[in-house]
Write a protein that binds this ligand. Structure first.
Ligand code: 6PG
Length: 251
């Protein structure tokens, strides 16, 4: 099931996303004792990430049963301002009571092929020890680039058709560096996928994603097999859509 939710302002977007994650985390922990999430980098999710160190999320999120993985990582050291893990540490990780062993960063400080190998092994160990053959996350949090990429899956890249590997190395994006990324089968196996889009610079690509089915953009390939997909946008990002697609707009 795909849902489009639009909020007037980007701050409301962050709060709506954090609220959904809190609800799903509580449900998952009540049902199976843990919550498995994977987050993206970039600027869009940062306001949402920062909320995690504020109330009510700081006290109410079941951090002791919360496992945090990454959707993708730039192949740079954690201290580098382009590091998704390093940015998350600054934004919230160092300020929430999540057990350190439940934080699973991708290794950006080793060769890309080594980094993908390491993360594939980390995922195998984690999920196989929980009786799962393939990784199934409760939540995948994605953004989109103005070229329609998501995670570090860029238009026309072979990684988009890699159904064998859970993690691959690519080069591209802004910054144009080597990256490690989860592949589509893992993203589409998740229970809940949120794609965040904010700001007028995303309006054109959002409109293309929804109206140009021939474009075959990576973000269009996010189609959860069993889970749900929520497009969480502000009005600026959805502005080109608003005039003709029946949308649910949360005031
Ligand atoms: C990354 C992200 C990437 C991001 C988009 C949007 O590591 O770069 O995972 O996929 O979500 O590039 O980036 P902005 O949110 O900064 O627009």
């Amino acid at each position: 099931m795909t849902e489009i939710i639009i909020h007037k302002k980007s701050e409301e977007l962050a709060r709506a996303g954090a609220g959904m994650i809190l609800t799903w985390a509580k449900e998952a922990v009540a049902e199976k004792g843990f919550f498995l999430s994977a987050i993206s980098g970039g600027s869009t999710p940062r306001p949402l990430h920062r909320l995690f160190k504020e109330e009510p999320y700081l006290s109410e999120m079941p951090w002791s049963a919360f496992h945090l993985f990454w959707v993708d990582e730039r192949c740079v050291r954690a201290e580098d301002p382009d590091s998704n893990y390093g940015t998350a540490k600054k934004d919230f990780l160092d300020r929430i009571p999540i057990p350190k062993h439940q934080i699973h960063p991708m290794r950006g400080d080793v060769r890309p092929d080594k980094g993908t190998e390491q993360y594939q092994k980390e995922l195998e160990t984690f999920f196989h020890s929980r009786g799962k053959i393939d990784p199934v996350f409760d939540l995948i949090l994605l953004g989109i680039g103005t070229d329609g990429h998501t995670a570090s899956l860029f238009p026309g890249h072979g990684a988009l058709n890699n159904t064998k590997k859970w993690v691959v190395a690519v080069k591209g994006g802004r910054p144009n560096v080597f990256r490690i990324t989860l592949t589509l089968p893992i993203l589409n196996a998740a229970q809940h996928v949120i794609i965040l889009a904010s700001g007028k610079e995303k309006a054109q690509i959002v409109e293309k994603i929804f109206h140009d089915k021939g474009a075959i953009l990576p973000a269009q390939r996010i189609q959860p097999v069993h889970g749900d997909l929520i497009w969480l946008m502000d009005e600026e990002a959805a502005s080109a859509l608003m005039n003709d697609t029946p949308l649910q707009i949360d005031e």
